[in-house]
Design a protein around this ligand. Structure first.
Ligand code: GLU
Length: 478
């Protein structure tokens, strides 16, 4: 059975790239009837952020990415928090020492500093294997005297080849790899060691993670080999970029799931959007429920090239989800935003009906309805509309006709008003738009409004309608 895992480090909020990794791991497992596991990688104590684990749980829950095993739900392969496995890692590292695949290193900070060199403008320490050559007695003495140590992997000579499902076969010369640290001086394992031990002990069949780990994978494979363990299937995912040149990054405060939700994006829309950020379905479709994604997901659709996070596209998709909401659910969510912006007693449900198909996020509501309580200051240029064949001059004659005409209308409904204004246009040999557009402009004072002219009349009521039309006319004539 396929087992995948999401292994976030609790270092703050979850950015969109991390969430996408979780989603693909979940979909890879679920599309094949497998299990999806959550493991908290908290061995980097310096980067630990209080409360970050709860954010991880909450984000997964809100996104509908449900784990079958994890610290909060249990399972047969626990503990699911790395710090709780601390002592096991040391035992495994000692096994490697016995096999001659790892060694104690007692080098001081100062000595390591002296090994620093510049490579491609970056300052790096390439360990010179000084401690590999210590005698048995020296090692035992040091350990007995409590000299601080780390445990290093002994990288063997030769080359390492591995297969990645996205990037293909990759071969690396082992001489490019350093004898990396497996156990740090504080007794905690490095990520590089812990991920191998954990993935093996948790029976992970498919290791899915960001492509930034691709270059370290040969080292992990040497560890699997040293232990005599089966190497998992690797699926490395292309980066999620902020733009052509920069990756999305937690450190720069880039888009996180929490921020997007706070900005009015719906979790379902976010998930749907990120599913397509680096993966193409085999069908020509963009809107998917989670169940549909589970059915259709196939790693063949994963791309090698980085994907750019496009807020405009996400906003479009969010709008599609808003349109699909049953009206009652939409109204419940929209009401607080409407109440904040509109206090004049107009029918908020009617207004909500007009805007449901027109917003990208709930945050758009305020701007869209800001004309309802108070007519904004606007320029007479708004009366010019090419397609409607109107301009300020035509608007003057048009409003002169519609104001007295509307004053006489009793049945103040959209259908009736629309029918009557169309009759008025025809009777005066005008295009419908030449009557309707000036009304729409005078009532909203904006280049776009969430509904048509006669809907605005009904929303604002007869008295306010006449008042705004008269004001428009006065402006045009002024
Ligand atoms: N803790 C690592 C991270 O947050 C996990 C990488 C992996 O999935 O192996 O990037």
């Amino acid at each position: 059975m396929i087992r995948t895992r999401f292994a976030p480090s609790p270092t703050g909020y979850m950015h969109i790239g991390n969430l996408r990794t979780a989603l693909y791991e979940f979909l890879i497992a679920k599309s094949q009837g497998g299990k999806f596991i959550l493991r908290i990688e908290d061995t980097d104590q310096a980067r630990y952020v209080e409360g970050a684990t709860d954010i991880i749980y909450k984000t997964l829950e809100m996104s509908g990415i449900t784990h079958d095993e994890g610290p909060d739900v249990g399972g047969d392969y626990g503990p699911y928090v790395q710090s709780e496995r601390k002592n096991d890692y040391i035992e495994y590292a000692k096994q490697l020492i016995e096999k001659g695949e790892a060694y104690y290193c007692f080098c001081t900070k100062e000595r390591l500093e002296s090994l620093r060199s510049e490579v491609n403008g970056e300052s790096i320490t390439h360990y010179d294997r000084h401690c590999l050559h210590l005698s048995k007695e020296e090692i035992e003495n040091n350990l007995k005297n409590g000299v601080p140590f780390v445990i290093r992997q002994k990288i063997k000579d030769g080359t390492t080849t591995f297969h990645d499902e996205v990037y293909g076969d990759i071969t690396v010369d082992n001489s490019e790899m350093e004898d990396q640290i497996l156990i740090k001086a504080d007794g905690y394992p490095t990520y590089n060691f812990a991920n191998v031990i954990d993935d093996h002990l948790m029976n992970i069949t498919h290791v899915v993670r960001g492509s930034e780990y691709l270059s370290s994978t040969p080292k992990y494979n040497l560890l699997y080999e040293a232990f005599g363990w089966e190497i998992p299937t690797y699926i490395h995912l292309p980066a999620v970029m902020k733009d052509q040149h920069n990756k999305l990054s937690k450190r720069n405060g880039d888009a996180s799931f929490q921020d997007l939700v706070a900005k009015g994006y719906l979790p379902k829309a976010i998930i749907n959007y990120i599913a397509l950020l680096g993966w193409s379905p085999s069908v020509n479709q963009e809107i998917f429920t989670m169940d549909e994604l589970i059915k259709i997901f196939d790693i063949k659709g994963l791309s090698k090239s980085p994907a750019i996070f496009d807020i405009v596209k996400l906003t479009w998709m969010n709008g599609e989800y808003i349109k699909m909401m049953p009206f009652d659910e939409f109204y419940e969510k929209a009401e607080p935003y409407l109440k904040e912006s509109v206090r004049s007693g107009v029918d908020l449900k009617m207004l909500a009906g007009f805007i449901q198909t027109r917003i990208g996020t709930f945050r758009d509501i305020a701007e869209m309805v800001d004309f309802v309580d108070t007519l904004p200051e606007y320029s007479v240029d708004l009366y010019t509309h090419k397609k409607m064949k109107t301009n300020p001059e035509i608007a003057v004659s048009s409003l002169k006709l519609s104001i007295p005409f509307l004053k006489e209308i009793e049945e103040w409904t959209n259908e009736n008003l629309y029918a009557k204004l169309v009759e008025l246009a025809q009777a005066n040999e005008m295009k419908n738009g030449q009557i309707l557009w000036p009304v729409r402009t005078a009532l909203s004072g904006k280049p776009t409004s969430p509904c048509g002219a006669t809907e605005l009349c009904v929303l604002l009521g007869k008295e306010e309608t006449i008042k705004r039309l008269e004001k428009g006319l006065a402006m045009l004539e002024g």
